[in-house]
Design a protein around this ligand. Structure first.
Ligand code: RP5
Length: 180
């Protein structure tokens, strides 16, 4: 079983999802990226969006990565999230193989602290876009939220869940108390 596939799918059976069709594919270049991508999985779970997570590498498993991206749309996926570090070409390679939106998450994996990954992902040449998020866990979380916003454009129930999620975050801020 692909890494974290059960994490993504487990919650959906608890929460009576709108559909068991997997809509979001999360790909990471190495198992070492998993902790950084976990917030994306958790948010997709919270929003009841069926997802799957895989380890596939642009340079270690280029054939399998290409096949994944090329077949994703036919399998019913709607958005892809790609997290990688270093010379992070994962998201760009995936984007070159599909017309699904690809959201890139730069991972800290080298002494350059993620700046290398950020520039690798964000500096796609004109014609093959990758939506690039912030470095690290905040970027992973926002990739999931952006995927949810894309899907909510055609899913009114998801739109309501997303609105409730954001309202809850606002309430958390309003409830914060400073020390006396
Ligand atoms: C990239 O190289 C991966 O996305 C990871 O961030 C980085 C290091 O990978 P490992 O050497 O830990 O497998 O391809």
């Amino acid at each position: 079983m692909p890494l974290a596939l059960s994490l993504c799918t487990q919650v959906h059976s608890y929460n009576q999802p709108m559909s068991e069709q997997i809509l979001v594919g999360i790909v990471m270049g190495s198992k070492s990226d998993y902790e950084i991508l976990l917030p994306a999985i958790e948010i997709l779970r919270a929003l009841e969006i069926p997802c799957e997570a895989r380890v596939l590498s642009a340079h270690r498993t280029p054939g399998e990565l290409s096949e994944y991206a090329e077949t994703a749309r036919a399998r019913g996926l709607r958005v892809l999230i790609a997290g990688a570090g270093g010379a992070a070409h994962l998201a760009g390679v995936m984007a070159s193989k599909t017309l699904l939106p690809v959201l890139g998450v730069p991972v800290v994996a080298t002494p350059l602290n993620g700046l290398d990954s950020l520039l690798s992902i964000v500096q796609m040449p004109k014609g093959i876009p990758v939506g690039t998020l912030a470095i690290g866990k905040p970027g992973a979380a926002n990739a999931a939220l952006l995927a949810a916003e894309i899907l909510a454009g055609t899913d009114a129930a998801l739109y309501k869940r997303l609105a409730a999620w954001r309202a809850a975050r606002a309430q958390e801020v309003l409830d914060q108390k400073l020390p006396e």
